[in-house]
Write a protein that binds this ligand. Structure first.
Ligand code: SF4
Length: 379
């Protein structure tokens, strides 16, 4: 039977990209939320000078990242003030852009544009990249799927390094307008800096400005280990993630040459086990790039991590411009749909709390696991 569900459609749109008619994007950047390239670029082609939507919602509330591809058979058109997704000449469904946060037009007391400090991911996740920097690029050992440097050079749209006080003010503004429910915090650090100290100062500012004792959300630091895990917990963030990227050890070494030199597969696993003891089951994430390894090794990773009490966020890979894999092709939408449903079955059977107070299906336009769990009644 042909699968016409939202998971399959979302997988298709992430793998094929989306085109648009001019009229459909007229209010993007004013009424609706535009892309701001806070970290990576996820489109199939760059679009400097053009404001394009960050994401869209399908009729059942599924959030889909907008990955621009002028050659995609999928196109968003505006008809009588409503937006519709078309496949060729055939209407697929109605869609909606997500409203633009009010704080995007505000400034911090330091005079910085709030939009250049924090951005909203999906419908409710306040995203900060505290340092747009990764040392692996300078040694030509960046992860093969990563376009951090190219995105930053192409758009230069956010402040590379953010002031802690500004970050707190943006959190206060975002929560005050009632749009966000969690934060996602990531970054890197320069030689001589201690990342956990940076995060500690940022979290102190967010807590001060929002009044939270513990902040709902997730920190994705450079691979954290040892005593730092307890220190991250003490900053007041509720969950921590580990960007393992690829489960298969040999593929991980090949795809992530710089990262694999500094953190081995087993070090990641040991840190995740320790973090579960500190943060609690469900409050630790293994983060993967899904589509760069075979089904069996990906699912093995899902099995092991849920067995340890962790959750998993698998981002759907497609070949981003400026990455070493630009021009390659992602697996088929059917592959993504089948594999993610099997992963959701493993997650459900594990009994690990879904951690939706820290990261939920509304946060993620580029991950299918939350949607597959929602299909099973877990939201
Ligand atoms: S560790 Fe890899 S994915 Fe992360 S920023 Fe560096 S190159 Fe990119």
């Amino acid at each position: 039977m042909k699968d016409t569900g939202s998971i399959k459609l979302k997988a298709t749109l992430l793998v094929e990209g989306i085109n648009y008619e001019e009229e459909a994007v007229e209010e993007v950047g004013s009424t609706y939320k535009e892309q701001n390239h806070g970290l990576f670029g996820w489109d199939f082609e760059n679009h400097t000078g053009l404001l394009l939507p960050d994401d869209l919602c399908l009729p059942d509330g599924t959030v889909v990242q907008f990955r621009f591809n002028s050659g995609s058979p999928y196109c968003v058109k505006k008809i009588n003030n409503d937006l519709f997704l078309f496949h060729g000449e055939e209407e697929t469904c109605r869609v909606e852009w997500i409203k633009r946060p009010e704080f995007y037009t505000s400034y911090t007391s330091n005079g910085n544009e709030m939009i250049k400090i924090g951005q909203v991911g999906g419908e409710d996740c306040l995203f900060y990249c505290y340092n747009n920097y990764c040392s692996h690029f300078s040694h030509n050992k960046e992860c093969l799927f990563c376009n951090l440097v190219s995105t930053s050079k192409t758009y230069n749209s956010v402040l590379k390094k953010k002031d802690y006080h500004d970050i707190g003010e943006v959190a206060a503004a975002a929560w005050a307008e009632g749009m966000v429910n969690h934060i996602l915090l990531t970054g890197g650090c320069f030689k001589g800096e201690k990342e956990v100290e940076i995060v500690s100062a940022i979290m102190a500012s967010i807590k001060k400005h929002t009044g939270f004792d513990r902040v709902p959300g997730t920190i994705l630091p450079s691979p954290a280990r040892g005593d730092d895990l307890l220190r991250y917990f003490e900053t007041g963030i509720q969950a921590i993630g580990f960007s393992m990227e690829i489960w298969d050890d040999r593929l991980y070494n090949a795809m992530c040459p710089g990262k694999a030199e500094t953190t081995s597969h087993n070090e990641f696993l040991n840190s995740i086990k320790t973090a579960v003891k500190i943060f609690g089951a469900g409050n630790v994430y293994g983060v993967f790039v899904m589509g760069l390894e075979p089904r069996d090794t990906f699912l093995e990773g899902i099995n092991v991590l849920y067995g340890e009490g962790a959750n998993v966020v698998p981002f759907v890979w497609s070949p981003n411009p400026g990455s070493r894999l630009e021009g390659h092709r992602a697996p088929s939408p059917d592959w993504y749909t089948d594999v993610i449903r099997e992963a959701a079955g493993i997650a459900c059977e594990s009994g690990v709390p879904p951690g939706t107070e820290n990261h939920c299906y509304r946060c993620d336009g580029n991950n299918l696991l939350h949607d597959a769990l929602k299909e099973k009644g877990i939201v």
